[in-house]
Design a protein around this ligand. Structure first.
Ligand code: SIN
Length: 454
């Protein structure tokens, strides 16, 4: 790999933030060697619990500075970035508790003793939409389990990743636990992390297309793999839903990173009986959102990650209009800007391109349907994705039916904000496999060892 540099820009202003050296072959080798050495120096769960809490303290002490950097790199608002730091800290708290559970067998019956052991060195590739939390969520699980962690963050947001390293140093972490490989040569670094036999587990958050390639690369060395991939989340607004509340939740969901999350609502099926009421409520909610400088604490709408993303979203809107949709609000893009307004589209159809593809932006495609629960569930399941779905109804039987029959890894009932360190995050079908967080959060980072006691 050549020694080269790459530039990091402020998403909103396009100002140059930094020029960084690409990780060299020697850097990658040093990172994996240090991680392998660290793996063989045993630690207790209590020690790793303390490491995680020390990191949490450093991040909490510096949350405002960190949020500013995250906002600059990613274009999300300062408040959204601050929420991300708190979200990440929630994983540190959660996994610090789980670390303690590894100091004793998790099952001990006559003739059988079962321990959870670290799976080994973990390699990771993380995305730009949560430049802190997507690293910390994986890192916290790995450290709790006793697995040293080598990560390649997105080249769009490497400074946040380097900031995490700095906080681990301030927290007194020993060498070898965490290495961050910054590079814009993603495929090359990814190739090493997925093929080096010293890396026992590989974890990726990103697109389904790239996840599939990385998964194939991992197969040759039989790595443990977890993949947190794209979604196509439906929002079902039943005829008996609290329509105003559904609209509020919908906007809160889309405000996170301007809809650039894999659990962002992608298609909104509304029962005909309440469609007009829902559109009016959504319009009111979106209309009151404050736009402005992402770093201003009163700003509620962030920028897209870059100009190309905003341009792509605008072309999706144009295509939807060409397919018969009406723009109710928004839909105007200023040339040369990475800002895209929250945009409500009505008269969208289930088989329109907008509905079939992951939007990753602040669009609200509304599809008016009869309101029959079976039809809603069928439409919700009519996708290759299986990450998150949301259902709004005031009828418990309807909610019960949806929660069992909708094929998703995560379902929000009368809630469109589901991300929570205490719950397992992950999908099924083409949205990937493996779970991050929750009581099962160590499963992907540990192996079960069976001892037959003497
Ligand atoms: C993601 O978009 O990849 C993660 C979203 C979340 O953790 O809520």
């Amino acid at each position: 790999m050549r020694t080269t540099t790459f530039d990091v820009y402020n998403s909103a202003t396009h100002e140059l933030l930094a020029t960084l050296d690409n990780a060299t072959d020697a850097d990658i080798e040093a990172a994996i060697s240090a991680a392998s050495l660290r793996l063989h120096q045993p630690t207790t769960g209590q020690e790793r619990h303390d490491m995680l809490l020390a990191l949490r303290e450093r991040m909490a002490d510096n949350s405002s500075t960190f949020a500013t950097l995250i906002s600059q790199e990613s274009g999300k608002t300062y408040n959204d970035a601050l929420a991300e730091v708190h979200y990440a800290n929630g994983y540190l708290t959660w996994f610090s508790q789980l670390a303690l559970t590894l100091d004793s067998p998790f099952e001990s019956s006559e003739g059988i003793e079962l321990w959870r052991e670290p799976v080994g060195v973990v390699g990771a590739i993380t995305p730009w939409n949560f430049p802190c939390a997507m690293i910390v969520r994986k890192l916290a699980a790995a450290i709790a389990a006793g697995c040293p962690f080598v990560v390649k963050p997105s080249e769009l947001t490497p400074l946040s990743a380097l900031q995490v390293v700095e906080y681990t140093q301030l927290a007194g972490w020993d060498e070898g636990w965490l290495a961050v490989l910054v590079s814009d040569q993603s495929a090359a670094v990814g190739h090493v992390l997925t093929s080096d036999t010293r890396v026992a587990k590989f974890t990726f958050t990103g697109s389904t297309r790239v996840g599939k390639l990385l998964n194939v690369q991992c197969a040759a060395s039989l790595k443990r793999v977890s993949m947190e991939l794209g979604g196509n989340a439906p929002l079902l607004v039943m005829a008996d839903a609290d329509v105003e509340f559904a609209a509020q939740q919908c906007v809160l969901n889309k405000q996170r990173v301007s809809g650039q999350t894999c659990v962002a609502i992608n298609r909104i099926y509304v029962a005909a009986a309440v469609e007009a009421e829902f559109v009016a409520a959504l319009h009111a909610e979106v209309h009151r959102l404050r736009t402005g400088d992402p770093l201003d604490e009163t700003t509620e709408v962030g920028h897209m990650i870059h100009l190309d993303a905003a341009t792509k979203i605008h072309s999706m809107v144009e295509q939807a209009v060409a397919q018969g949709a009406d723009v109710v609000l928004g839909g105007v893009h200023s040339a040369g800007s990475a800002f895209y307004p929250h945009t409500i589209l009505r008269k969208v159809k289930h088989d329109d391109d907008l509905v079939c593809n992951e939007i990753f932006g602040p669009l609200y495609p509304i599809i008016k349907v009869s309101g029959d629960v079976d039809e809603m569930i069928r439409l919700a399941n009519d996708t290759q994705a299986g990450l998150a779905a949301y259902v709004f109804s005031q009828n418990q039987d309807t909610l019960n039916q949806c929660k069992r029959r909708c094929n998703y890894g995560m379902i929000g009932l009368n809630s469109a904000i589901i991300s929570n360190p205490e719950a397992p995050f992950g999908g099924i079908k083409q949205s990937g496999f493996g779970r991050e967080g929750g009581n099962v959060g160590l499963d992907d980072f540990t192996s079960v060892k069976y001892i037959k006691p003497a």
